[in-house]
Design a protein around this ligand. Sequence first.
Ligand code: FAD
Length: 303
Amino acid sequence: MTNTYILVPGSAPTGGLMPIAAQFGGTTTLVVIGDRSQAEAAAESGADRVVWFPTGSDEPAEAFASAVARLVASEPGPVLAGRDPASRVLLGAAAAALGAPVIVGAREVNAVADGYRVTAEVFGGIALRTTEVDGPVALLVDGGATVDGCPPAPVIEQPVVGLPIAQLSLQVDKGAVAHLGSAARVVAVGRGLRSQDDLSLVKELATALGAELGCTRPLAEGLDWLGRDRYIGISGQQIAPELYLALGISGQLQHIAGARRADVIVAVNTDEKAPIVAEADYLLVGDLYDVVPALTSAMGATP
Ligand SMILES: Cc1cc2nc3c(=O)[nH]c(=O)nc-3n(C[C@H](O)[C@H](O)[C@H](O)COP(=O)(O)OP(=O)(O)OC[C@H]3O[C@@H](n4cnc5c(N)ncnc54)[C@H](O)[C@@H]3O)c2cc1C
């Protein structure tokens, strides 16, 4: 029987990981690195059991990578984690300790004679590649939304000593913590915006729509107007919201590959021939400096 492990540093979401784990059959174990309330919350996400490594507030999740590797080696099986920064680091370190390859963006998995066959997205989801892995495998998949409300699974507390890493300080810019992967609505902006100060216009619309704020890569890398966790695309966040509103975004392949799974794409662009037009369900040809305040106002908020 396959034992599949899902790594949950803190309260990382598991909604996108559970369906992949289910494809292996067998049992699913959530390995929670955090406090008791996080372990108990994870226990309601539909797994068979939770193994909880309690942490001190100054211990980063990656300090427990070797403890994760020892747990997995005791009852070997595939290891999954989400794409958020803490999960990436933990999975990478645990995979290195296990000697397991890391495959990103798995869609379909099957156990085969000596290992696993994995079909995963490549080039931002425009192609699928199938590989076979002998022995252990680690999969990095979109965490999706947080799941709760399932009958609680048993929580097995396993106190372990982490590696000697201590966090000295933590500076969180609350406005910079993005939850794009699980957002129902995303408003994103590109180089059609003329200045960083004008971001306030877009933020007001995002707030009025109850949407997360996203952007194209040049705004996050280069201009540095928004955090790097906010850019969408082949090398950024993959999103699947109900609504994706793209403001002043040309829609180059590297960007749109991260937004194609949106149910509805609405583009606002001055250029009716921009590449995003081919991807959009609705196109508003116009200047975002006119359209955005009008939309915010139509939503009942003051632009
Ligand atoms: C290896 C690689 C990886 C990459 N990965 C990513 C990635 O993950 N994500 C990503 O986003 N990009 C990525 N890029 C960059 C990508 O190729 C594009 O350069 C980038 O997405 C373009 O950003 P943009 O749409 O904001 O800018 P532009 O392409 O300059 O488009 C600006 C758009 O705004 C419109 N506009 C101008 N003024 C207005 C106005 N007042 N009102 C309305 N519309 C207006 C213009 O008509 C134009 O369509 C990558 C590139 C490479 C080489």
